[in-house]
Design a protein around this ligand. Structure first.
Ligand code: PXP
Length: 238
């Protein structure tokens, strides 16, 4: 079971004042020291949190030390950044400029031709690709058909306590795993809602940002990382 901390909102806080602090790279270092297995960052088209320089510094910091998962929209600009930076994993996400955060998953079946062109460029560079999708069997099957290694199931609706969502996640994870896909999950996860999610054995990776950075305000990012790891362990043991 892997925990990747998404450090975007350390950069959000920094950018609110245009200062150099708090530094997301320093935060990444502390998360790893506390036991996180990797770092996730989302470079958005509008650069509202993570900036190009952060991506380059994260790569330098993490190279050979921990996994670097770079989230991005499937666009020519972003794929070129990935091919220059060479993160370990690229997670392709849908992106709309006006959204507050990533709302919903990729429409894989509908955008298969465009996605497969970007996928070929990323795979050609030797980068593992994960697709961020809703826990929907049509999307799971379309992701498999496209030839990716991993899917990340969107847990936003689960975090909003939508009825039946845990069952949808369980079924999507089971079918994805059966097809040979590696199963990650993320969005809106907290120490409160992670234990129940961990009852799904096929999920081997979580990408968590907002709640960890929020907890870090009160306990520091190292302790917040440890608390999330403990919540994961509690759920797996149950
Ligand atoms: N996974 C993906 C693909 C995301 O886009 C995000 C948000 O950037 C996260 C995980 C982390 O979500 P949260 O900040 O709500 O923990």
């Amino acid at each position: 079971m892997r925990l990747h901390i998404n450090i975007d909102h350390v950069a959000t806080l920094r950018n609110a004042r245009g200062t150099k602090y708090p530094d997301p790279v320093a935060a990444a270092r502390m998360c790893l020291a506390a036991g996180a297995h990797g770092i996730t960052a989302h470079i958005r088209e509008d650069r509202r949190h993570i900036k190009d320089d952060d991506v380059a510094r994260l790569k330098a910091e993490l190279a050979g030390a921990a996994l670097f998962n770079l989230e991005m929209a499937a666009t020519d600009e972003m794929v070129a950044i990935a091919r220059r930076t060479m993160p370990d994993v690229v997670t392709l996400v849908p992106e709309r400029r006006e959204e507050r955060t990533t709302e919903g998953g990729l429409e894989v079946a509908r955008s298969a031709p465009a996605l497969s062109r970007h996928l070929a460029l990323l795979k050609g560079a030797g980068i593992k690709v994960s697709l961020f999708i809703a826990p929907d069997l049509e999307q799971v099957r379309a992701s498999h058909a496209l030839g990716v290694e991993q899917i990340e199931l969107h847990t936003g609706e689960y975090a909003h306590e939508k009825a039946g969502e845990l069952d949808r996640l369980r079924e999507a994870a089971r079918v994805g795993h059966e097809l040979g896909l590696e199963i990650a999950a993320g969005h809106g996860l907290t120490t409160e809602n992670v234990p129940a999610l961990m009852a799904i054995p096929e999920i081997v990776e979580l990408n968590i940002g907002h709640a960890v950075v929020a907890d870090a305000v009160f306990m520091g990012i190292g302790e917040a990382t440890k608390a999330m790891l403990a919540a994961m362990k509690k759920g797996r043991a149950a």
